[in-house]
Design a protein around this ligand. Structure first.
Ligand code: UDP
Length: 236
């Protein structure tokens, strides 16, 4: 397998073609952005941590029968993945009131939800990823009804698998963003699963161990990412 041209450069990752049209390489950068790219910085070793955390989660999910784009981690910053036709809908799964949901509904952060909430956002930086519903997804043709139902069921399954795995490592899975794509007629989980895309709170103290430390200038950002990785790799 040979690395070929840059296909796309995003805020936190680069995507490279390979000599196999069905495979791509995700390269994880240290760049961090927040608030639609208005806040920028680099977080030392963030790309290495996010690649390693994503590998752990993708392997765990595959082991539980959730199909993902993960093939293998190639090195510290690179992951070999199946090339997906990404569905332009970000799926948010929430277990605890936080972030944009707390702001939108005027609620304090931290209340446990009675059951998980799934939200859909249209993937568009220019429009700031607006919240949409199932009607927008199907009527505007972002995905079929069958596809959005599959993605929703998969997102809830991912939440069911990750929540106890993280709890055993003293991490509360507050919420997360998942992306899915089409591959040879199936829907696969894509993108990354890491402290950039999930909220992880220390189960005992509630300390934030995720990108909110960067978003809200809470300090010790790199240390928090390392702590998540340390817990994921420690025996439960
Ligand atoms: N999230 C993400 N990318 C986005 C928006 C959200 O990875 O473009 C993640 C975020 O880290 C959190 C979850 O999705 O774990 C829910 O985010 P929320 O809607 O609360 O948005 P925020 O408060 O970050 O604006």
């Amino acid at each position: 397998m040979e690395k070929r041209e840059l296909l796309y450069e995003g805020k936190a990752k680069k995507l490279f073609a390979t000599d196999d049209p069905g495979l791509v390489i995700q390269y994880f950068k240290d760049d961090a952005t927040a608030f639609d790219g208005t806040k920028k910085a680099t977080i030392a070793s963030k790309g290495v941590i996010n690649n390693a955390c994503s590998e752990i989660f993708f392997r765990l999910l595959e082991g539980h029968g959730v199909r993902t784009h993960f093939v293998e981690r190639l090195d510290e910053r690179e992951m070999l993945c199946r090339r997906l036709d990404i569905v332009p809908v970000e799926m948010i799964v929430r277990n605890v009131m936080a972030g944009s949901l707390a702001r939108r509904l005027g609620r304090p952060e931290g209340d446990r939800l009675a059951a998980p909430i799934v939200e859909y956002c249209y993937k568009s930086d220019a429009l700031h990823d607006p919240l949409i519903n199932r009607w927008h997804v199907t009527v505007l043709g972002f995905a079929t009804g069958a596809e959005i139902d599959t993605m929703t069921a998969m997102a809830l399954r991912v939440n069911e698998i990750l929540t106890p795995f993280l709890a055993a490592r003293k991490l509360l899975l507050v919420d997360m963003k998942l992306e899915f794509g089409r591959f040879q007629g199936d829907i696969l989980l894509g993108d990354e699963i890491c402290p950039d895309t999930c909220r992880f709170w220390d189960a005992d103290t509630g300390r934030k161990l995720d990108k909110d430390r960067f978003r809200h200038d809470l300090g010790d950002v790199a240390e928090a990412y390392h702590e998540v990785h340390r817990r994921l790799t420690s025996p439960a």
